[in-house]
Write a protein that binds this ligand. Structure first.
Ligand code: SF4
Length: 355
């Protein structure tokens, strides 16, 4: 896949843009002032494969709490999400934040924005500009016919970018989120043609775990497949750990990430003589604890299963009362139905150890 090479920035230890791998980002939904709860959630997110974590900073107490959170999570790159109050951004910088998510046009007067930019610049802290279709400026909306358009979103982002560039600041990342998928895709395409800055992709307010993942996969996946995008976030109404799992699956599906297991499982058909759904679900659950890149197949029948999943490193296929364990399309042995999952994971452990 040919990716668009954007200007490279660094968020803590994570390199973003240029030829760097696409990063997965999520956002805590704890109160940032609840340091223990937030640190615990950040640890769960990174354990699931999250590269960058954003935190809401609605007030001074939350900005101050960032220092203790940063100390507890060490190298995990943290982004402070701040609206309207430049003092919160200054406190976040002082407390060791790795990046700011602010819109300079909404932060204060020129002097106040300049103070934030100076503080960020002195510590190599990048700034993400986040345009949201739902909160576009009224004048801009009127100019573009009264409703959000890709052009209006890009114009809004360009306005914020111009403020930073005018202050000689270029460590910028941009996001243009909407819950409308075609609008989001069109806006990012236009932005990608317009600037060299790295882009953070997301479908905002995408929905619950089921519908939100589908909308995000369509929108973010379409853009990534065109080579657009440097970081992604799947916004879900649910446990943010699900956002990370979904983000990683999208990257793996496009060959943009090679970490953790990939599950291949068949849809079943009239040839299937085994209750495959609970088996596949149980395998998927247990695979959450496997960190190595390994392709695992769960197939409904021995006739076609091993052949259809011959790319899998290891797999099981159901029969009648018993199934088979196979690797790369070759049968290893027959296994009683109630032993299929255990034998599969013994073989996964053996392959990982061998590696
Ligand atoms: Fe049907 Fe067997 Fe293919 Fe599954 S592997 S879809 S059961 S033919």
């Amino acid at each position: 896949m040919n990716r668009k090479l954007t200007r490279q920035i660094r968020i803590g230890k994570v390199v973003v843009g240029g030829a760097a791998p696409v990063s997965v980002q999520s956002m805590t939904n704890t109160k940032t002032t609840d340091v223990t709860g937030t640190v615990h959630q950040i640890q769960r997110l990174t354990e699931a494969g999250c590269d960058i974590v954003r935190l809401a900073v609605p007030d001074r107490e939350a900005a101050i709490a960032l220092g203790r959170i940063k100390q507890a999570v060490g190298e995990v790159p943290l982004v402070a999400d701040i609206h309207f109050d430049y003092r919160l951004a200054l406190t976040a910088v002082e407390r060791g934040i790795d990046a700011l998510r602010i819109n300079p046009g909404n932060l204060g007067d020129r002097e106040q924005v300049a103070a934030v930019v100076k503080a960020a610049g002195s510590r190599n802290i990048p700034i993400r500009i986040g345009v949201n279709a739902g909160s576009l400026d009224k004048t801009l909306l009127e100019k573009h016919g009264g409703s959000p358009t890709p052009q209006a979103m890009v114009e809004s982002a360009k306005g914020h970018i111009a403020i930073l560039e005018d202050l000689d600041f270029y460590d910028i990342k941009v996001s243009l989120k909407a819950h409308d998928v075609p609008l989001t895709i069109a806006a990012y395409r236009l932005m990608s043609e317009t600037v060299e800055y790295p882009l953070h992709l997301g479908i905002t307010e995408a929905g619950t775990v089921n519908s939100g993942i589908i909308k995000s996969a369509v929108g973010i996946g379409a853009l990534l497949a065109e080579g657009i995008g440097d970081t992604i976030r799947i916004s879900l109404t649910g446990d943010p750990v699900e956002e990370v799992r979904a983000g990683n699956e999208i990257l793996k599906a496009l060959g943009l990430r090679n970490s953790g297991p990939t599950l291949v499982s068949c849809p079943t058909c009239g040839r299937c003589n085994i209750d495959l759904v609970p088996i596949a679900t149980a395998v998927e659950d247990k695979l959450k604890f496997v960190k190595k890149p390994i392709t695992v197949a769960v197939m409904g029948c021995v006739v076609n299963g091993p052949g259809e999943a011959k790319e899998a490193d290891v797999g099981i296929a159901g029969g009648t009362g018993q199934g088979i364990l196979f690797s790369k399309g070759e049968i290893i042995k027959k296994v009683a139905e109630d032993r299929l999952i255990d034998e599969l994971f013994m073989e996964i452990d053996r392959l990982i150890e061998e590696e």
